[in-house]
Design a binder for this molecule. Structure first.
Ligand SMILES: Nc1ncnc2c1ncn2[C@@H]1O[C@H](COP(=O)(O)OP(=O)(O)OP(=O)(O)O)[C@@H](O)[C@H]1O
Length: 472
């Protein structure tokens, strides 16, 4: 019974976490966790290594705390220990459990919990001025890397942060999964609080907004809900697309929006698509969103992806060789969460196997990630990266203006492969090879296709490169 409750609770928590983390992160860090004990005040989890314990504590603790609260409605302390440490402990001293995340957790005596033990009264509490607890401290403007794909959204976000409710209200950001919308929203929240420590700032996902609304109605406390949401200075609502098909929540959000907007309070919204593409979003809500500024975030180019990995490595104090970053960045091109996940997977792999990080090690660590991802498309950057590494030249040389044979030949091969293996247009290919004209690409393509017919060695090189590009 005790175990059944423990496992069922952890399963529920895991499900919540899976909604907010990538599959790669879940497989690498969360799936190996073993739930150990559950009391009315604490959940104890076991990890296979010290490294994973540290990593989870550093990166996923807040998410686990939030998910466990969502599931149990109790503010549980989360205690993480690594298995081997627990084995040693059992031999040495069973009265103490080390590595307690919140020091006050009373975990020595494990009682069998029952769901009814968890507190039921969760009336929404009003937001306190200056409270930044709904914001992730890592998501700031300082840690956000800008590139062509997000420059406009970043500039607009900064303007909103510097003059809340004065420039763009509402401020609506949209873009694909894992491209930095949440990061920018939190960054706005932090900056506003820095400049206006007395403001009430609340970040919330639209899913949580819906749940709170439902709970407040169930508990007969709709007024507390309204008090909470209509008395803030800055409301940040993430993933608004989840409100589609939820008529009652849309109605409530509409009134919240109006009250805040009329009172000249800032509203910031994110979505995975443009408001006009959110099905069953009420027209009056859609038109409200269009009052302010709507901006999109695109997938980052290779340069930005490498810069993001560099920044991440710097922030985490990790030493990662440049070619490994290029290797990862050229393979994951449309989700920054996946990109970061790949880097941490490589770090974990190197640490667990006690091996230095090389491109080969990265390939080994990410083998399953890349092969599972069958729909991975060949990108222009991937072709450039593989061709330049094959000919032992830098990408910068590959795209440079210089025309010496040792550069011109690999460049023509790369252009040929870009044309063969991607759907990109000739002008686009020319553009990423140092802004060359499309006729240069046609010339390169014709030269290599002709050459392959008479030159066996060239033909083999092309086949080998094609395999590398498609199969790695
Ligand atoms: N430009 C960037 N610079 C640095 N880190 C970034 C950047 N863009 C995204 N990230 C990081 O990528 C991860 C995913 O970003 P985020 O959660 O903001 O994406 P999202 O667009 O909100 O995704 P979703 O649609 O799934 O909610 C975060 O760890 C974030 O810090």
């Amino acid at each position: 019974m005790e175990n059944a409750q423990l496992y069922a609770t952890w399963e529920e928590i895991l499900k919540k976490l899976e909604n907010s983390l990538s599959k790669m992160v879940c497989d690498t860090w969360l799936k190996p966790i073993k739930p150990m004990t559950l009391t009315t005040t604490a959940l104890q989890l076991g990890t296979p290594t010290d490294f994973s314990k540290d990593w989870i504590e550093k990166h996923y603790m807040q998410l686990i705390l939030d998910a466990s609260y969502d599931v149990t409605k109790a503010r549980l302390d989360i205690i993480i220990t690594s298995f081997h440490l627990q084995d040693t402990m059992q031999e040495e001293d069973q009265t103490q459990i080390p590595l307690i995340y919140t020091p006050a957790a009373p975990v020595n005596k494990i009682e069998e919990p029952s769901v009814s033990d968890f507190p039921k009264n969760n009336a929404p509490l009003p937001i306190v001025p200056g409270d930044s607890s709904s914001l992730n401290h890592k998501y700031t403007f300082e840690t956000f890397v800008t590139g062509n794909s997000n420059r406009f959204a970043h500039a607009a976000a900064l303007a909103v942060a510097e003059s809340p409710a004065k420039v763009y209200n509402p401020f609506f950001m949209y873009g694909g999964v894992g491209l930095g919308k949440t990061h920018l929203m939190h960054a706005i929240g932090h900056k506003i609080l820095q400049n206006n420590p007395d403001m009430r700032v609340l970040y919330i996902s639209s899913e949580k907004f819906t749940n709170e609304l439902i709970n407040s109605i169930r508990d007969g406390k709709p007024e507390a809900f309204r008090q909470k949401y209509r008395n803030i200075d800055v409301l940040l609502v993430d993933d608004i697309q989840f409100l589609s098909k939820k008529e009652h929540t849309q109605e409530e959000f509409f009134h919240t929006f109006n009250t805040l907007h009329d009172a000249n309070k800032q509203i910031i919204i994110s979505s995975d698509r443009h408001p006009r593409e959110i099905q069953t979003l009420e027209d009056r809500l859609r038109s409200r969103f269009e009052w302010g500024l709507i901006t999109d975030i695109q997938a980052p180019d290779l340069e930005t992806r490498i810069a993001i990995l560099r920044k991440k490595a710097l922030l985490e104090n990790l030493t990662v060789p440049n070619d490994v970053m290029v290797y990862i960045a050229s393979r994951i091109d449309n989700n920054i969460r996946e990109l970061e996940g790949a880097l941490t997977r490589v770090m974990a792999f190197s640490s667990l196997n006690k091996q230095v990080i090389t491109k080969e090690l990265a390939a080994e660590a990410l083998k399953n990630v890349f092969t599972n991802n069958e729909s991975r498309t060949v990108t222009l950057e991937l072709v450039q990266e593989i061709v330049s590494s094959y000919f032992k030249i830098d990408i910068a040389e590959l795209v440079a203006k210089k025309r010496t044979r040792n550069l011109a030949f690999p460049r023509q091969i790369a252009m040929y492969l870009c044309r063969e293996l991607t759907d990109s247009s000739l002008p686009r290919i020319g553009e990423i090879f140092g802004g060359r004209d499309h006729t240069t690409v046609i010339h390169a393509y014709d030269k290599i296709s002709q050459g392959r017919k008479s030159d066996k060695k060239l033909d083999n090189t092309i086949k080998e490169l094609t395999n590398k590009i498609k199969n790695i």
